[in-house]
Ligand binder design. Structure first.
Ligand SMILES: Nc1ncnc2c1ncn2[C@@H]1O[C@H](COP(=O)(O)OP(=O)(O)OP(=O)(O)O)[C@@H](O)[C@H]1O
Ligand SMILES: [Mg+2]
Length: 165
């Protein structure tokens, strides 16, 4: 499966989607989160990190550009917001751990230079739809396509509605 659209009528649905994606992640992953201001990228990220077991405060990386989290089993996650990145060269000053040390990299506003950090496995584009949101999930490689199939199976077991295939 290379694309999956999910309707998210309320913030709880965004949390439920994040939990489905997090629970089915079996390998280190880079996820690009696209969508307008307020589309739900940070809300999704917060719920994802909670699902991975992050217990403490989850701050928005709006001004710091990156927040790092320790995960259970000694792994780490990075949550980036590149909206205020001046240019791709500034990425090297963010102090990101080596890619191998990161179980998860969530990147908001990847349009601002995330290519310099490597390709995404999954891209999720959030859009306003009435009072809710639509999330479009794209698998960017073959293992991500398998992941997307697992996500679809997980979604089928919770109150989330697939908008189209
Ligand atoms: N499915 C949903 N339906 C309605 N509201 C939602 C939904 N998901 C999240 N929200 C709400 O929308 C807002 C999203 O804000 P959030 O900070 O996540 O946006 P963002 O995409 O990260 O924006 P920015 O580009 O400014 O970082 C929050 O108030 C959240 O509660
Ligand atoms: Mg945000």
């Amino acid at each position: 499966m290379v694309r999956l659209d999910v309707f998210l009528p309320n913030p709880e649905a965004t949390d439920a989607l994040a939990s489905c994606v997090a629970r089915t992640q079996t390998a280190p992953a880079v996820i690009w989160l696209k969508g307008d201001l307020g589309a739900g990228k940070s809300a999704f990220s917060r719920a994802y990190l909670r699902s991975l077991g992050v217990a403490g405060a989850i701050k928005s990386p709006t001004y710091t550009l990156v927040e790092l989290y320790d995960l259970p089993e000694g792994k780490q996650a990075a949550h980036l917001d590149l909206y205020r990145l001046a240019g791709p060269d500034d990425l090297e000053f963010l102090g990101l751990p080596e890619r191998q040390a990161l179980h998860l990299v969530l990147i908001e506003w990847p349009e601002q230079g995330a290519q310099a950090l490597g390709d995404a496995d999954l891209q999720i584009t959030f859009a306003m739809e009435g009072d809710g949101r639509t999330a479009r999930l794209y698998a960017k490689n073959s293992s991500a396509a398998q992941w997307l199939s697992r996500i679809a199976e997980a979604i089928a077991k919770v109150p989330l509605r697939v908008a189209s295939a």
